[in-house]
Design a protein around this ligand. Structure first.
Ligand SMILES: Cc1cc2nc3c(=O)[nH]c(=O)nc-3n(C[C@H](O)[C@H](O)[C@H](O)COP(=O)(O)O)c2cc1C
Length: 200
């Protein structure tokens, strides 16, 4: 493999994937057919609690984030697990077809899961859109926009007096003199080479 980083140039959006009792931020979403009930594919890490919930619920919603979204949305759904917190406690949602959709979004698609494919780390869930609506005609947040603006969006602050390494993919902070050679980010799974030393 000459340079796998070319995959980062694939244009993707930013979504909150919700299902009963949980959900998470995803960017790995594709529309795979058109027509009255298009099929949508979404790739979810096996270690995410959302993966477990999707297998049980067979239904999900994708709410499309705008560039003006409250960054707390990304912090709540992208950096924490519904194993530990109730993600819906501080986020306003509306029930559609039995799934919570996010009010602070440009709109949503509710899908019934028709199939899934596993590899060693991820599951590709394929859903058929059964309901959809537009809330606002505003600019959607792309994954590229998120990458460019994540420092200001997430306002990463590190503890004083400690050496901090910030994951350039997701903002996770590792404290220690050096990031261990075989270290993998517990949030997004990237290796040591993605961590940047944060100067105080
Ligand atoms: C910008 C961004 C993009 C992400 N994209 C995905 C994705 O496409 N698929 C995925 O499974 N997780 C993705 N994640 C990670 C999950 O949102 C994150 O691990 C979440 O905390 C899982 O929560 P859960 O355990 O409640 O499912 C992304 C996170 C961020 C911040």
């Amino acid at each position: 493999m000459k340079n796998i980083n070319i995959t980062r140039k694939i244009t993707q959006g930013m979504y909150v994937l919700t299902t009963q009792n949980g959900g998470c931020i995803v960017d790995a979403v594709s529309q795979i057919s058109a027509g009255k009930n298009p099929f949508i594919a979404v790739s979810v890490m096996k270690k995410n609690y959302t993966n477990e919930l999707l297998r049980a619920n067979h239904k999900f919603a994708l709410s499309i984030l705008g560039t003006d979204v409250n960054p707390e949305m990304i912090k709540t759904f992208g950096f924490q697990s519904a194993r530990d917190i109730n993600k819906f406690e501080k986020i306003e949602t509306t029930q559609v077809e039995g799934v919570n959709v996010i009010n602070d979004s440009l709109g949503y698609m509710v899908c019934e899961i028709v199939d899934w494919i596993d590899n060693d780390t991820h599951t590709l869930f394929i859903g058929k859109i059964v309901e959809a609506d537009v809330f606002a005609e505003k600019e959607a947040m792309s994954y590229g926009y998120y990458q460019e603006h994540k420092d200001e969006l997430l306002k990463v602050t590190t503890a004083k007096g400690k050496t901090a390494w910030v994951c350039s993919m997701c903002g996770y902070i590792y404290y220690g003199d050096e990031v261990p050679e075989d270290y993998k980010c517990p949030i997004c799974g990237v290796g040591k080479e993605y961590f940047r030393k944060k100067s105080e």
